[in-house]
Design a protein around this ligand. Structure first.
Ligand code: B12
Length: 163
């Protein structure tokens, strides 16, 4: 009697396991926007001409941002079709830090790049002889700050850089 019950349990568990295994590929197949755009924790530094303007860890994800010069646009890595679905980005991280620590940044929107050029941070602009370089883990990004995908633990730097 007990043996039959155990046997039955085994068959049921096996059938359940097979059913789960059969459905697993379908679940793993589609990666939703929520998955690719989960908040990540990154280190952000803003190095101005006269010293560090900001340094801290920030939890961030891709989102719409608003600047005085450029208005409101997406900044979630889908800019310029750089990524197929929304992801965290350097400029979105800057925007999150700015809101959290109550400092300003400004950027001009270029429809041609579907991105902002970051022109000023904490009121410090590049002017005609410098610019705000964007780097991740020490390497200058090959695209603008709303197109580059950030991963957890990345070191994001906005560095005032003379031409
Ligand atoms: C010159 C130049 C710069 C100069 C512009 C100022 C100056 N004094 O001229 C400086 C050094 C500031 C610069 C900065 C950057 N640049 Co640049 N730059 C160029 C370059 C070589 C020529 C642009 C130009 O003069 N066009 C002719 C004029 C008449 O057209 P324009 O539309 O008015 O040009 C303006 C825009 O291009 C804008 N601009 C320049 N770079 C970038 C980058 C982005 C993302 C945006 C939105 C606008 C922008 O500044 C120009 C002058 O006002 C182009 C390459 C190319 N062949 O286009 C790369 C290019 C535009 N830059 C590029 C990049 C990646 C950057 C940076 C993001 C690099 C970095 N990691 O820091 C930064 C911007 C960072 C930020 N603060 O947002 C990429 C953009 C690719 C993309 N899909 O996003 C390009 C295409 C080079 C490449 N990798 O192939 N850049």
């Amino acid at each position: 009697m007990r043996r039959t019950s155990a046997h039955h349990t085994l068959i049921t568990a096996t059938a359940l396991g097979l059913a789960l295994a059969a459905s697993a590929p379908a679940v793993a197949h589609t990666q939703s926007a929520a998955d690719t755009n989960r908040r990540v924790r990154v280190t952000l530094t803003v190095q101005g001409p006269d010293g560090m303007l900001y340094k801290g860890k920030i939890r961030t994800r891709g989102h719409d941002v608003t600047t005085v010069a450029g208005g409101t646009h997406h900044c979630d890595g889908t800019n310029g079709a750089a990524n197929p679905s929304p992801v965290p980005t350097p400029t979105a991280a800057l925007d999150d830090a700015a809101h959290k620590r109550h400092f300003t940044w400004d950027g001009t929107w270029y429809a041609s790049f579907d991105d902002y050029s970051v022109d000023a941070i904490k009121g410090v602009s590049g002017g005609s002889s410098a610019y705000w370089n964007i780097s991740v883990n020490g390497a200058s990004t090959p695209v603008g700050g709303c197109q580059f995908k950030l991963n957890a633990g990345d070191k994001v730097a906005f560095t005032w850089t003379a031409f």
